[in-house]
Write a protein that binds this ligand. Structure first.
Ligand code: NDP
Length: 250
């Protein structure tokens, strides 16, 4: 049976775990050839094997999205290897706790670097090839924290509010070239995202939040990514909010 995304090529950042890993698997299952980027090369190599074992096609492009040259090289190497880039999923992201008084500014900067600027670098690099092909899909993984601020995760909210602004401006910039841009806003999703929070108490609280009964599964976010990419070319779903049914916050 023909796949929804047969013939398409996707680059997924943050593909070594969580939503990015699930997106890579779902995109490959739908027929796309996938390039996988993140820092943990061992995880990417395992994922390449897993995708190839099911008949898919994948390459690992280890790198740090904060390194502008490396982030742009991931796009260039995708095009060099597969001949094109149709879908860019920016899932690389980190969360840290912290308020403004006594702010650890290095940590704050790091969150903005990964979540906002890392995404900007790959988006910027993908526009040229997508324009030349006559279109493409850019799906940026934002967060419910881009709609409401939790004071204890100030840098995270700031990065995701800014990411939405960058993504919306990009949508306005490139829609005329057939390039669709989607902001995808997950709520609590069962991944490793909380494991890297520095503060032990807040790490535990975040782990409980994303691992709670009824949390969204990464594969369910991945299904939405495939849905967006498979729509007719004239349809741009530009914002998706996905959260647990039990999340009754406004
Ligand atoms: P994970 O921690 O499982 O995945 C994060 C991914 O980002 C990893 O693959 C990690 O790979 C990669 N990454 C982190 N820093 C860098 C870097 N400097 N360069 C390259 N890659 C990097 O968490 P999620 O899957 O949950 O997170 C994915 C996205 O979803 C993030 O943007 C997050 O903010 C967002 N999100 C998640 C929610 C949740 O509840 N899980 C809710 C809302 C949004 P590596 O360490 O190998 O580099």
């Amino acid at each position: 049976m023909a796949g929804l995304l047969d013939g398409r090529v996707a680059l997924v950042t943050g593909a070594s775990s969580g939503i990015g890993e699930a997106a890579a698997i779902a995109l490959a299952k739908a027929g796309a050839r996938v390039a996988l980027s993140a820092r943990r090369a061992d995880r990417l190599a395992t994922l390449v094997q897993r995708i190839e074992a099911t008949g898919g096609s994948a390459i690992a492009l280890p790198g740090d999205v904060v390194d502008e040259a490396a982030a742009k090289a991931a796009v260039e190497r995708t095009v060099a290897h597969f001949g094109r880039i149709d879908i860019l999923v920016n899932s690389a992201g980190v969360i840290q706790s912290g308020t403004i008084e006594n702010c650890d500014t290095a940590e704050y900067r790091r969150v903005l670097d990964v979540n906002l600027l890392g995404t900007l670098y790959t988006c910027s690099a993908a526009i040229g090839p997508m324009k030349a092909q006559g279109g493409g899909d850019i799906i940026n993984i934002s967060s419910q924290a881009s709609r409401k601020v939790a004071k204890i995760f100030n840098s995270y909210s700031a990065s995701k509010f800014a990411l939405n602004a960058m993504s919306e401006g990009l949508r306005q910039e490139v829609g005329g070239y057939g390039i669709r841009v989607c902001q995808l806003l997950p709520g609590a999703t069962r991944t490793e995202v909380a494991d890297h929070v520095s503060d032990p108490a807040l790490r535990s609280a975040m782990q409980a939040h994303v691992g709670k009964e009824g949390a969204v599964e990464a594969s369910e976010i991945a299904d939405a990514i495939v849905f967006v990419a498979a729509l007719p070319k004239h349809v741009n779903v530009d914002i998706i909010s996905i959260r647990p049914t039990s999340d009754t916050a406004p």
